[in-house]
Each structure stands twice: as structure tokens, then as C-alpha cells.
Write a protein that binds this ligand. Structure first.
Ligand code: HEM
Length: 399
């Protein structure tokens, strides 16, 4: 890498600001991860499409010599994300075997049937907003809503939900030490072992039970089942929490688009446009070059770490007015959920729950507004997913 690498994260900047600099630098940009670990970031539509080709890049950390030979130390904080043995970190047959098992439980019909339950969760949270006209929407709505939805789906009782949320926040934060991240991981895996035992003893109408049932055919080990719950439950709320936070900020700062969404009931288009305009997945972790490859004209040596930019929808080479938030944009070539074998398993659920949440919130509070300057909003200390840490709003209810 002869070009100066951009540090990720960069002190004194929000993750979104750093990503903005990265994407403006080029289609494939050298970056430096915490601990001075070198990697690359694909930012353009063309580059990301090439990186998502599984003949060029592997998802398995075994293809990265630096992670295997001690060049990257055992206490590198991101190891809790790169080394975990779940389906997003596997290739080929290993990946297909795991994905097939969860797909047998997590069917499109099951997701579609969830609509009334999801509506009830949203309505309940909205009805119980803290009193007063000014509230923090992150703690009152955009966080608990996706957490409750995914936990209800997988039969995780309410009492365990705050712990799951806290463990997740520790694991994905770049300010956590390796020890904190490893402890959070151990806590979560211990909890999933208990949950699986509990559902084996007392099956319920939930996806953990359905997963155990599907597993009878595919024979996963207990570690594989726990890792499966990890990826589905963590990816199943962390992403949507931030998508909703980013959506509220964007809708409050684009009143004409919000008015159109309300007048024409265009909430599905709002969700698609948010995924393009400001996705909650900012830096998709991690791929490794299978051999020396050239991506969008840039030479990448075998074994290099490659991330891709989740906000690839802002690539002006591909989208003529990429920086304009407009729900009339064409979203047929959406890349925010990835492409190929690892295409987001939860995309139908994410679309459904985000549409319900935004529609119910803005219909109930059509004059909802930010109670702070948008430039004062603090964003999460995270490089993989991102959104507001707090969101002071005025509900300004009409009733
Ligand atoms: C706004 C919401 C979401 C976004 C933007 C999002 C984005 C993504 C992306 C970009 C990938 C592919 C990563 C890659 O190939 O590098 C992915 C994979 C995945 N997502 Fe999502 N996701 C969201 C919601 C969800 C939900 C609700 C679930 C719940 C089940 C979920 C579960 C998964 C799983 C299990 C994978 C791994 C699939 C595999 O390796 O085969 N996601 N997601």
C-alpha cells in the first residue's frame, strides 16, 4: 500500500464523517483498523460488486495469514467479530449447510405472518412513551422495538433482553477492550446455551424451537447452534436499531419527503431509500482475497483484508443524484443487503419491521421534530453499523 491509509476510526470525527472521506478518496481505499491493522475498503458500486464475488474473496479468516500467524495479536479487539465461527464467516458447503438449517425455520411465510405481532410491539411502545413532549427516541423506541421483535421471534424472555443489548453494544464498539469484547461474547454464548436447553425441554412457538427442529436433519453441534443464534439475533437488531435512528433524523431534516410519505403511504419506499441513502451497515466486515486480485483497477495482494462500504448507494458513478434523499429513486439494484450467497437472511424482516415502525411513529406524531441541531447528534463508536446514540425529539402530538 503506497497510498496513505485512512485510519478507521479517526479521533475527533464521527464514523459517518470518516466513511465520507473514505468514499470520496476512491473506489478501493487503503485503511488502517484499530491496532494499526492494514485493510482495504471497497466503496463504489463496481468495486463492491467485485468484492461480493465469492470466487475472488473468501469469508473465512483461515484465508488471512496475518490472523493465523500471530502478525495480528490474539487480543486484537475485532477478533471477537472476525474469528467467530458463524455462517457469515464461512464459505461454500460449510456456509450452505448452516444457512439451509436456519432457512428451514426462518421462512418468508413465517416472516409475513409476523406483521400483527410486530404492529402490536410498536403500538405498545408508542403508547408507553415517557411523559413530556421531549423524549429520547433511541431509548424509547428505535432501540427497544427491534430488540423486542427479534427476541419475541426467538423466544427470548423480556428479562434477558437488556443483557443481550448490552453485550451486543460492547462487542461492536471500537472503544471496548479485547477483554471486554471477549467477556461479552462469553456471556452471550452462555445465555444461548441455556436458551437452547430450555427450548429443548419446553418447545415453544418460536424460531429457536423451529431451529432445533430443523437441526434434526442437519445435525449441528451445540457451538454451531449458539453461533447461529448469535449472528441472527445480533444482526437481527443492531442493524435495524440504527436504520430507524438514521431514518428519523433524515425524515426530520427532509420535511417535503416526509410529507409525501405520509400523504401517499410510501413507507416501504422510505425504507428502501434509507438503505440507499444512509444505511445502518457502514463497514461490512470482513473478506479475504483468495489470490492476488484487481478490484476496480486496484491491485490487492492475496490474503488481504477487505471491507465494503454499506453506503455504496451514494456512489455518484452509479446513481446520478446519489446525495439527494428522494423516495422516488429506483431501488431495483439495491446493494445494502449485499449480494450472492451471504445476501442478508433477514432482509424481508428488516423491511417489514422498519416500514411498520416508521409508519406508526409518524402517523401518530405527524409533527415530530428534532429537539437538537442535527449536527449535535452523537453517533455510536462503531465501524460496522452506525446510528445516533441519543435522539432528543419533540413529539408535538396533535391529540
Ligand atoms: C436494516 C437492516 C439490515 C441491514 C442493512 C442488513 C445488512 C446485511 C448485509 C449487508 C449482509 C451481508 C454482509 C456481507 O455479505 O458482507 C447481511 C447478512 C446477514 N443478515 Fe442482515 N441486515 C439487516 C437486518 C437483518 C435482520 C433483521 C436479520 C435477522 C435475522 C439479519 C440477519 C442477517 C444474517 C444472518 C446475515 C448473514 C447471512 C449469511 O452469511 O448467509 N439482518 N445483512
Amino acid at each position: 500500500m503506497s497510498e496513505q491509509a485512512i485510519q478507521l476510526p479517526t479521533a475527533g470525527e464521527s464514523t459517518f464523517e470518516t466513511f465520507d472521506r473514505i468514499r470520496k478518496r476512491g473506489e478501493v481505499v487503503p485503511i488502517e483498523l484499530p491496532g494499526g491493522v492494514p485493510a482495504w475498503m471497497a466503496t463504489s458500486y463496481r468495486a463492491v460488486s467485485e468484492v461480493l464475488d465469492d470466487k475472488l474473496f473468501s469469508k473465512s479468516a483461515t484465508r488471512c495469514p496475518a490472523l493465523q500467524d500471530g502478525t495480528i495479536p490474539a487480543d486484537w479487539p475485532l477478533r471477537s467479530l472476525t474469528d467467530i465461527d458463524h455462517m457469515l464467516n464461512k464459505d461454500g458447503l460449510d456456509h450452505r449447510r448452516l444457512r439451509k438449517t436456519i432457512s428451514q425455520a426462518f421462512t418468508p411465510a413465517r416472516v409475513a405472518a409476523l406483521e400483527p405481532r410486530i404492529e402490536k410491539i410498536a403500538a405498545n411502545l408508542i403508547a408507553n412513551f415517557p411523559s413530556g413532549d421531549r423524549i429520547d427516541l433511541v431509548s424509547a423506541f428505535t432501540t427497544p422495538f427491534p430488540v423486542r421483535v427479534i427476541c419475541a421471534l426467538f423466544g427470548v424472555p423480556m428479562a434477558a433482553q437488556p443483557r443481550l443489548k448490552d453485550w451486543t453494544a460492547t462487542m461492536v464498539s471500537h472503544t471496548s477492550t479485547a477483554e471486554q469484547a471477549q467477556n461479552a461474547m462469553a456471556g452471550m454464548m452462555g445465555y444461548f446455551t441455556e436458551l437452547l436447553e430450555c427450548k429443548r425441554r419446553e418447545p415453544g412457538d418460536d424460531l429457536t424451537t423451529a431451529l432445533l427442529h430443523a437441526d434434526m436433519e442437519n445435525e449441528l453441534t451445540i457451538d454451531e447452534l449458539c453461533n447461529m443464534l448469535w449472528i441472527v439475533i445480533v444482526a437481527g437488531h443492531e442493524t435495524t436499531v440504527h436504520l430507524l435512528g438514521n431514518a428519523v433524523v433524515t425524515l426530520c431534516t427532509h420535511p417535503e419527503q416526509r410529507a409525501k410519505a405520509l400523504a401517499e403511504d410510501r413507507w416501504a419506499d422510505v425504507v428502501e431509500e434509507m438503505l440507499r441513502y444512509k444505511s445502518s451497515v457502514v463497514g461490512a466486515l470482513m473478506r479475504y482475497a483468495r489470490h492476488d486480485v484487481t478490484v476496480a483497477g486496484v491491485d490487492i495482494p492475496a490474503g488481504s483484508m477487505m471491507m465494503w462500504y454499506g453506503g455504496v448507494g451514494r456512489d455518484a458513478r452509479h446513481y446520478p443524484d446519489a446525495d439527494t434523499f428522494d423516495i422516488d429513486h429506483d431501488h431495483r439494484d439495491q446493494l445494502a443487503f449485499g449480494r450472492g450467497p451471504h445476501f442478508c437472511l433477514g432482509a424481508p424482516l428488516a423491511r417489514l419491521e422498519s416500514r411498520i415502525a416508521l409508519s406508526m411513529l409518524f402517523n401518530r406524531f405527524p409533527r415530530l421534530s428534532l429537539a437538537c441541531d442535527p449536527t449535535d447528534i452523537e453517533y455510536a463508536p462503531q465501524i460496522s453499523t452506525n446510528g445516533p446514540l441519543e435522539l432528543p425529539v419533540r413529539l408535538d402530538s396533535t391529540t
